[in-house]
Write a protein that binds this ligand. Structure first.
Ligand code: FPP
Length: 249
């Protein structure tokens, strides 16, 4: 995409003093296509997708990114064949069990967004262990979006707020800050940069509220091929963007 091109090394250098994104959100798309291109079953694409995630988490932590949110399983992904859903859940557990000590050593704390009460009990238990073991880490948050959908999150937030109101009274008007405080992302900064791999140009129900002013970077690279170098390219493009947040420069 033309908008994503970096205009030469000089331009790149000049942007080095611009701030990094505080929060990067990633739609890790293209695992299935990667597998098909390599003549492999789709589930092996997801396995490679998990492999690709590990160095990205490490690089974000090294760079000083405060929050990395990854779309690991959407509310719509339940519609996939049971075998694929089971593989994704098994990969999640494997990832948590094998990576938590390393994440802890990197100063990463694990958090989730989404309705995780619907995940298999063993996945919930693995998440609880990882959250507990990394609770005191403060360098970076790795935020896993699991059984997550932006619309579902908004509905749950409003219902949470309603449940917090006194019974029988007149409801006050709901405002932007109050709604934000009832979202799964409460307490986290909004994403500054959304990265989507595999060339699709859609939000796919990801962080609908929080993405209001995110810069969007789409790359044709399939997720299993997404490396820390690709992340650096996305950050370089982000640093070249003029962010106006609805105002003017
Ligand atoms: C999209 O690829 C990817 C997903 C639906 C799941 C993303 C999950 C992972 C990278 C692994 C699980 C993550 C953790 C944290 C354990 P796709 O299957 O839609 O690809 P396609 O569009 O090419 O078919």
């Amino acid at each position: 995409m033309e908008d994503n091109l970096i205009s030469g090394a000089a331009g790149h250098e000049m942007m080095q003093d611009r701030p990094l994104p505080r929060h990067i959100a990633i739609i890790m798309d293209g695992n299935g296509r990667w597998a098909i291109r390599h003549g492999l079953p789709r589930v092996l694409g997801h396995r490679e997708g998990v492999k690709a995630l590990k160095p990205i988490v490490k690089e974000c932590s090294r760079l000083g990114i405060e929050v990395l949110t990854v779309y690991a399983f959407s509310t719509e992904n339940w519609a996939r064949p049971a075998g694929e859903v089971n593989t994704l859940m098994a990969l999640l557990e494997e990832f948590l069990d094998s990576e938590t000590p390393e994440l802890k050593a990197q100063g990463v704390s694990i958090r989730t967004i989404g309705d995780i009460g619907q995940l298999p009990v063993s996945a919930q238990a693995a998440l609880a262990r990882s959250r507990r073991d990394t609770a005191n880490q403060s360098k970076m948050v790795l935020n896993l979006a699991l059984n997550y959908g932006g619309r579902d999150e908004l509905v749950r937030a409003v219902n949470r707020w309603l449940a917090s109101q006194p019974l029988g009274g007149v409801l006050p008007a709901l405002d932007v800050d109050t709604l934000a405080q009832h979202l799964d992302t409460a307490g986290l900064p909004d994403p500054d940069l959304l990265i989507r791999s595999s060339g699709e140009v859609r939000l796919s129900n990801f962080l609908l509220w929080q993405m209001a002013y995110a810069e969007i970077y789409i790359t044709d690279v399939l997720w299993p091929d997404f490396t820390p170098e690709e992340l650096q390219k996305a950050i370089a493009v982000f640093r070249m963007r003029e962010r106006r947040f609805g105002g003017h420069s």
